[in-house]
Ligand binder design. Structure first.
Ligand code: Z5A
Length: 208
């Protein structure tokens, strides 16, 4: 499903810690491709992006006990529904798909944060033929900056984890970048909104 030929539809994901600013910048990313792809852009998210996926998202984020493997399987259930009914059909129509979080979040949060490791995620991804994005913008911020941007907001079940959890998540993202450097662009995201926006523009132009 990887589609890197010139003019081919693109699958772009945005990743980073909660508070990294990726959701703020997604509008900019979508605008960039709207101007360049007459077939249009689909902006979507994980977990979510479908009716079933949004219901699974609610289960994942509401407070209560969930075994890490249950969490992982729920994420994959939402992902399969999302790929089959939203992502793949949009790419087949020539649209650009811009997704707020995707597979790398699973490696970072469940693989590293929850300590499930990468083999189980690799295995499920292979079994389910989960496609990789063509381009992933990783918004990198120190955990202290990400947590600082959340002050005054109530935390969901995953956000309620402690600083050590998010340090492992960041380590997981950085390991993904090292493993697949061609797919990732690291956006230094601790700066001002204008600085981050500029870094996003530069990354998108360079990838054209
Ligand atoms: N999750 C998972 O565990 N495994 C998976 O496989 C997947 C997901 C796919 C929900 O994700 C949870 O799902 C997430 C990981 C888990 N949990 N956590 N933690 P989500 O992406 O939907 O939710 P989120 O991470 O909580 O997103 P968010 O709240 O939208 O955060 P963000 O996108 O990184 O940041 P933002 O909303 O753009 O900005 C946060 C605040 O900072 C906001 O007030 C902005 O105005 C401000 N901001 C943004 N940029 C700046 C700059 N540059 N300077 C100053 N202030 C800024």
């Amino acid at each position: 499903m990887k589609s890197t030929a010139p003019g081919a539809p693109l699958f772009v994901s945005l990743e980073g810690l909660d508070g990294s600013g990726k959701t703020t910048q997604i509008v900019r990313v979508a605008d960039f491709y709207e101007k360049r792809n007459p077939k249009g852009v689909v902006v979507t998210r994980e977990p979510g992006g479908t009716e079933v996926g949004e219901r699974i998202r609610n289960i994942l984020l509401e407070h209560g006990s969930l075994h890490p493997q249950t969490e992982l399987l729920l994420l994959f259930a939402a992902r399969v529904q999302h790929i089959k009914t939203v992502v793949a059909p949009a790419l087949a129509l020539g649209k650009t798909v811009v997704c707020d979080r995707y597979q790398d979040a699973t490696y970072a949060y469940q693989g590293y944060g929850r300590g499930l490791g990468v083999e189980l995620i690799d295995g499920l991804s292979d079994l389910l033929a989960v496609p990789l994005p063509d381009l992933t913008l990783y918004f990198d911020v120190p955990v202290s900056v990400a947590l600082g941007r959340r002050v005054g907001r109530s935390a969901d079940r995953i956000e309620a984890e402690g600083e050590a959890f998010f340090e492992r998540v960041r380590e997981g993202y950085q390991a993904r970048v090292r493993a697949q450097p061609d797919r990732f662009v690291v956006i230094p995201a601790a700066g001002s909104l204008a600085e981050v926006a500029q870094a996003v523009d530069t990354a998108l132009m360079a990838h054209l």
